[in-house]
Design a protein around this ligand. Structure first.
Ligand SMILES: CC(C)(COP(=O)(O)OP(=O)(O)OC[C@H]1O[C@@H](n2cnc3c(N)ncnc32)[C@H](O)[C@@H]1OP(=O)(O)O)[C@@H](O)C(=O)NCCC(=O)NCCS
Length: 156
């Protein structure tokens, strides 16, 4: 939640960010984790005994126009206290390895168009915009889709 509040300040409406309640987010994530969906997976990064971040995957990707063999990074959040310490790239690398191991050919994700931090991060990880763009429902902000090909030869 802190990752939302710090990461999206200035991009998403202040009131909405200030109104986020830990209990609501916790309840939503608990029900998601308690009712596993086929192809959904959540990876967690731990640092000094506490959760520093998480990454949620969907396979196949949820978009109606998703190409066959494409998975999706649904969410990737790192606690601001741990930003720039490598947690995000460790999570994403582990997620991409897991998708490659399961035979997925590519992966897409949606990122807020004005999220310069997130976009710089994904660019560094090799993602490129694929020209799809949409308004994030309920928030009045635009997001763009990024994609990455997953080739088995990339594996260490
Ligand atoms: C985007 C996010 C997940 C990155 O996590 P992180 O743990 O800080 O990332 P890393 O430390 O692994 O960074 C890896 C590389 O990404 C790039 N990067 C990360 N943050 C950056 C920033 N603020 N500005 C420019 N480049 C950045 C850098 O190249 C960095 O390597 P370096 O530190 O050696 O220069 C984190 O900032 C976050 O949770 N942001 C809020 C939520 C969000 O935007 N999520 C993504 C959209 S769903």
């Amino acid at each position: 939640m802190r990752s939302w509040q710090e990461g999206y300040r200035g991009i998403v409406d202040d009131a909405l960010l200030d109104d986020l309640a830990v209990e609501d987010r916790e309840r939503a994530w608990r029900s998601r984790l308690d009712a596993p969906q086929a192809g959904a997976r959540t990876l967690v990064a731990e640092r000094d005994g506490a959760i520093a971040g998480f990454c949620r995957l969907a396979a196949p990707a949820r978009d109606g126009d998703a190409e066959e063999g494409t998975a999706e990074v649904v969410a990737l959040y790192v606690d601001p206290a741990a930003w720039r310490c490598g947690a995000g790239s460790a999570l994403l690398d582990a997620a991409l390895d897991a998708l490659r191991a399961d035979g997925w050919a590519g992966v897409t994700l949606w990122v807020l168009e004005r999220n310069a931090r997130g976009r710089a991060f994904y660019e560094r990880m090799g993602f490129v915009p694929d020209s799809a763009r949409q308004e994030l429902p309920g928030l009045g902000v635009m997001e763009i889709r990024l994609s990455l090909a997953l080739r088995s030869t990339d594996r260490g």
